[in-house]
Design a protein around this ligand. Structure first.
Ligand code: ZN
Length: 540
């Protein structure tokens, strides 16, 4: 394999791939023995891996520079044509599930493999291909609208990420001004975002034949639980975690010497300023290399691989897609980490959180032969990543020097404090898809009332846009990854369990974490938790 920047991209001939897939489908139908059927299945799997590697490479380069017309056009081509593979893929899945070799496949790859295929079959209806294409076009449009936002802050041109630094300033006026600019940015594009969200809701409701929530749960691979489980979980958040965070906010006000914490104060943990990393990107990657080298033999091998092939794009640039993510190039068994460094502790979180995802992908792609079983559903994937944030606590001195304890304190507080917000994002989406005809204004009203329920401390200090419910707009997941957010809260509860364990017996906690990562998605959600001895977070 070459370094990431040297990896070749050529547009795949999707029409030819569809024909090839059809031939596999027919050969599978004609197979006389399981061995024959398995060989055809694995050949088709290889084609899948190849296409998803190309799509992933294209998507990474597109997010690295959203103004690059080449990858933009390629992305549009892939988004438009890849869904054409669905009918042939579906035919083979149906033959595995309903054909004569079902029991053999189950024996070879586990019962969960069959459950995953059965779930896929319920979501992959060829009648919805035009809607899927439309949904991905709208998602691209959203990303462009968000990435192009810039604002002048005290003579400096900032995008959303550039503002974050000022939003953590120790100077309350600067902080307030930065937060107001940030709110203005969203208010400025709110008409466009409302319109896009209206269209996304409409196309999704069509996708789900009027019950999009059910389809979204299936799309997320949620085989073990329902919206009722999640509702009960949110109620636990409201009754247990919300009051705890409320007490934390009061303690924070005292620590900062304020009467009460306004929305622009919440992100400041210490009056002297939040602990920031003591070096730039190269320094941090160097420290991370040492850290993963010391943490375990598996993490050493993984991180050395990441640096050798330059599988990162960490620094922020104009035109770059917002946010951070980890993805993978399965044909090369190579994860990739993307972020927008901004000089705050969030940069370190990238090197622990996204690296946790990447570490699991690195292991899964080497240990598990079938693509769909290499990774798990997001409530589990976020355990991989969030737990890594905690397992790396002992090395935080490398990144924060003598302020490492302050970082650890703030990180632990944030981990708890953000859970009620996750419940808001989740409940909001349940409401939106229950009432898809709501106007933009009504949606804001719903958001604000949910916020008051889970985050009673939130004080917008008279900012009209936020006071009227504009805050939801900054949540990319609501637009792009419907219902993906409560997963973080579920995973955080499991991560707290690991955190507690690691304080008692670090070695045993790490061994169980490694076991979870290696198992990927070979078992369902509840079974995976049982397998490593973590309680299911739906329990009271
Ligand atoms: Zn994550």
């Amino acid at each position: 394999m070459q370094k990431f920047s040297e990896l070749p991209y050529t547009r795949p001939d999707i029409a030819a791939a569809v024909e090839e897939y059809k031939r596999y489908s027919e050969a599978f139908k004609a197979a006389k023995t399981f061995e024959e059927a398995k060989k055809v299945f694995l050949d088709a799997e290889k084609l899948d891996t190849h296409l998803s590697t190309i799509a992933s490479l294209c998507s990474i380069r597109n997010t690295m520079n959203t103004t690059d017309e080449f990858y933009e056009a390629e992305m549009a081509y892939l988004n438009e044509n890849l869904p054409n593979l669905i009918p042939a893929e579906k035919a083979m899945k149906e033959d595995i599930v309903n054909g004569p070799f079902r029991a053999d496949f189950e024996k070879e790859y586990g019962a969960h493999f069959i459950a995953v295929l059965e779930n896929d079959l319920k979501t992959q209806d060829e009648r919805i291909i035009p809607e899927l294409v439309k949904e991905s076009e709208l998602s691209v449009e959203y990303s462009k609208a968000a990435a192009s936002c810039k604002v002048d802050f005290r003579g400096e041109t900032c995008n959303f990420y550039g503002l974050l630094k000022h939003m953590e300033s120790t100077d309350r006026e600067e902080r307030k001004e930065a937060f107001e600019k940030w709110a203005n940015l969203y208010e400025g594009v709110s008409d466009k975002l409302d319109e896009l969200y209206d269209k996304l809701i409409e196309v999704r409701v069509e996708l789900g034949y009027d019950n999009y929530t059910e389809l979204a749960y299936r799309n997320m691979g949620r085989l073990d639980y329902t919206p009722e489980h999640v509702e009960k979980f949110r109620e636990q958040i409201r009754t247990v975690i919300t009051p705890a965070v409320d007490r934390m906010r009061k303690a924070q006000a005292k620590r900062l010497g304020l009467d009460s914490v306004k929305y622009y104060d919440e992100s400041l943990t210490f009056a002297g300023g939040n602990a920031d990393p003591i070096g730039g990107k190269d320094y941090m990657v160097g420290q991370a290399t040492e850290m993963y080298g010391a943490l375990s033999p598996e993490t050493k091998e993984f991180f050395d691989f990441m640096t050798k092939y330059e599988l990162f794009d960490l620094e922020t640039r104009p035109g770059k897609h917002l946010g951070g993510y980890c993805t993978s190039l399965p044909e090369y068994k190579a994860p990739f980490i993307f972020s927008n460094f901004n000089g705050t502790s969030a940069d370190v979180d990238v090197l622990t959180h996204e690296a946790g995802h990447a570490f699991q992908a690195y292991l899964g792609e080497r240990l598990i032969p079938i693509g769909v079983l290499q990774g798990s559903t997001s409530e589990v994937c976020e355990i991989h990543s969030m737990s890594m944030e905690f397992f790396t606590y002992p090395w935080m001195d490398k990144f924060f020097g003598d302020r490492a304890d302050e970082y650890r304190y703030a990180h632990l507080c944030d981990a708890l404090a953000v859970i009620p917000y996750m419940a808001c994002v989740d409940e909001f989406q349940h409401e939106v898809y229950k009432n898809p005809k709501m106007t933009a204004k009504e949606r804001r009203g719903v958001w604000r009332s949910i916020e008051k329920k889970y985050m009673p401390w939130r004080d917008y200090d008279g900012n009209a846009f936020l006071e009227n419910g504009g805050f939801w707009m900054q949540k990319q997941h609501i637009f792009l990854y419907p219902f993906y957010y409560i997963d973080y809260a579920l995973a955080q509860i499991c991560t707290f369990f690991f955190y507690d364990e690691m304080k008692k017996d670090r070695e045993s906690a790490w061994a169980r974490y490694l076991k979870l990562c290696k198992a990927g998605g070979t078992l369902g959600y509840f079974d995976l938790l049982h397998y490593v001895g973590i309680p299911v977070p739906f329990e009271d």
